[in-house]
Design a protein around this ligand. Structure first.
Ligand code: PEP
Ligand code: MG
Length: 575
């Protein structure tokens, strides 16, 4: 019988392809005393050469599919395999300790990694070197142990990826021509892997718990991202049924596509803005294809994560300019660096923390490391002449944080003007509302900011004390809980009381259950994964704002998440 695996439906669509497991093999080994030290030295040399050959192949493939910039990291890895000092240190260790190649390799590379990491505070390049050595060590070890590492960059046939989790750097390596979807063991609908899948327009299931255990490399997998179901080695009848389901979804998408150049307007004629969330300028194709009326969230941390060192002012300026120019006068909301939590930079080591999601992150880092922040703001301010720039700060909890960020912005702007640089005099400054404290105090913030953008992904997590990526407690991650709706309403009402603009850029903005309520609350801008825009626009056309205002009143007065879902279902016909 076909094995069925369920999980959280994270990105719509149906894919049928072979399974490719992106899972590291067990690389544990025993330390042994060795008589034949020359034999071990030969083994390590051969493992270095094989690793180099792997990496050269991966680099060539990565250059073809993703471009020279993305492939650069592999050049750094190849250089590690060619480092004579590293190899001679390992050989010395084998001789002096009479130990096996695996143990000598790990002892020596650990020493180098520790040394580079200890210097990383003053020189981010050192952290990068440490990360390179760690990566190469894994590959050399796999050769010594005769185990194969997965090489996603080498995939050259259609596959569905099966993984424990997908980090942003894993997803960055994927070639869209071949990767038809993915299934992970962990994660929730708003985890970054899920957001990435929606941006790439590939179906995905997250939080399946068992995918890596139950699916073998090469199995045929049907991935139903609409209902969060995967079929392993399906029957011919099942394949046919799911092909039909995929076709049906494609037909719906084709109908929505007709709305690409239309306004986002309710049935009774009220206009809203539907914007797109992007991670890099590469996402602009999807923005245009889906008829976005602006960029409501540009997550600039990817600029930092995709780089091997802190991006320069010039690099950043080019990226911001590209996005602003491409949006041709439509508003572009750029969020300053949101690092920390689950987003790490190899070259900017953060302190170990018990609760990184409640720790040193986002605006907290920017205000502490204002050298990094000022570089980003200068790049943004310089780019402002190419379009309509809105800047927002992530994870703001208090007014003094916003004021400090605004002061730094004003200082950099004044400096640039004094240097004779052209800048726009209409840059809007706002904040993400993703910390409950800020949502509650929105009436105070509204007197000082130009706009709010509600980051429900985190706001829900922090309000319910439920990690957005933890599938075990995903039942508590309740977007429609009346407590969340009351916070959202408070933010929208507070903005409007002071004539300010209220946007939402969390995934809730594109959620067909939440959207009618948000229309009823009078949210000004809905920003979402570009692939959700046309469906949202289609739904919006069917809604009457006065009816939705009544629905929103009932929803904030409800008792539970489920009650709100039932209310929406009873009042809004499914699209
Ligand atoms: C949009 C948000 O930010 P991110 O998903 O990048 O944390 C949010 O928290 O809702
Ligand atoms: Mg957030």
């Amino acid at each position: 019988m076909t094995n069925k695996i369920t999980g959280i439906a994270a990105s719509n669509g149906v894919a049928i392809a072979k399974a490719y497991k992106l899972v590291d093999p067990d690389l544990s080994f025993e330390t042994r005393t060795i008589d034949d030290t020359q034999g071990e030295k030969d083994r390590i040399r051969a493992a270095f050469l094989s690793s180099k050959a792997d990496l050269e192949e991966i680099r060539t493939k990565a250059e073809e599919s993703m471009g020279a910039d993305e492939a650069e990291v592999f050049t750094a890895h190849i250089m590690v395999t060619e480092d004579p000092e590293l190899l001679s240190n390992i050989n010395d260790k084998i001789d002096s300790d009479k130990t096996n190649a695996e143990a000598a390799l790990v002892a020596v590379t650990d020493m180098f990694i520790g040394m580079f990491e200890s210097m990383a505070d003053d020189n981010p390049y050192m952290a990068e070197r440490a990360a390179d050595i760690r990566d190469v060590t894994k590959r050399v070890l796999s050769h010594l142990l005769g185990k194969e590492l997965p090489n996603p960059a080498l995939i050259n046939e259609e596959v569905v990826i099966i993984a424990q989790d997908m980090t942003p750097s894993d997803t960055a390596q994927l070639d869209r021509r071949y990767v038809k979807g993915f299934i992970t063991n962990v994660g929730g609908r708003t985890a970054h892997a899920a957001i990435m899948a929606r941006t790439l327009e590939i179906p995905a299931i997250v939080g399946s718990e068992v995918a890596t255990k139950e699916i073998a490399d090469g199995d045929t997998v049907v991935l139903d991202g609409l209902d969060g179901l995967a079929l392993v080695n399906p029957t011919a009848d099942e394949m046919t049924a799911y092909q039909a389901k995929g076709d049906q979804y494609a037909a719906k998408k084709a109908a929505w596509a007709k709305l690409k150049n239309e306004k986002s307007v309710s049935a009774d004629g009220k206009e809203f803005i539907i914007g797109a969330n992007i991670g890099t300028p590469k996402d602009l194709g999807g923005v245009a294809d889906n008829g976005a009326e602006g960029v409501g969230l540009y997550r600039t941390e990817f600029l930092y994560m995709d780089s091997t060192e802190l991006p320069t002012e010039e690099d950043q300026f080019e990226s911001y300019k590209k996005v602003l120019k491409s949006m041709d006068g439509k508003p572009v909301t750029v969020r300053t660096m949101d690092i920390g939590g689950d987003k790490h930079l190899p070259y900017l080591p953060l302190p170990e923390e018990d609760n990184p999601f409640l720790g040193y992150r986002a605006i907290r880092i920017s205000l502490d490391r204002d050298d990094i922040f000022r570089t980003q703001l200068r790049a943004l301010i310089r780019a402002s002449v190419y379009g309509q720039l809105w800047i927002m700060f992530p994870m703001v909890a208090t007014l003094p944080e916003f004021r400090a960020a605004r002061d730094i912005f004003n200082e950099e702007k004044a400096k640039l003007i004094a240097e004779g640089t052209q800048v726009s005099d209409d840059i809007k400054l706002g904040i993400m509302i993703e910390i409950p404290a800020a949502a509650v105090l929105a009436d105070k913030f509204a007197q000082e900011v130009d706009f709010f953008s509600i980051g429900t992904n985190d706001l829900i997590g922090y309000s319910m004390a439920a990690d957005r990526g933890n599938d075990r407690i995903s039942y508590l991650y309740q977007p429609y809980n009346p407590s969340i709706l009351r916070l959202v309403k408070n933010v929208i009402d507070s903005a409007h009381k002071y004539g300010k603009f209220a946007a939402m850029c969390g995934e809730m903005a594109g959620d067909p259950v939440a959207l009618p309520i948000l229309v009823g609350m009078g949210l000004d801008e809905f920003s979402m994964s570009a692939t959700s825009i046309l469906q949202a626009r289609s739904l919006m056309k069917q809604l009457d704002t006065k009816d939705m205002a009544k629905l929103a009143d009932k929803a904030v007065d409800a008792e539970t998440n489920d009650e709100v879902v039932a209310l929406v279902k009873a009042n809004v016909a499914a699209d």
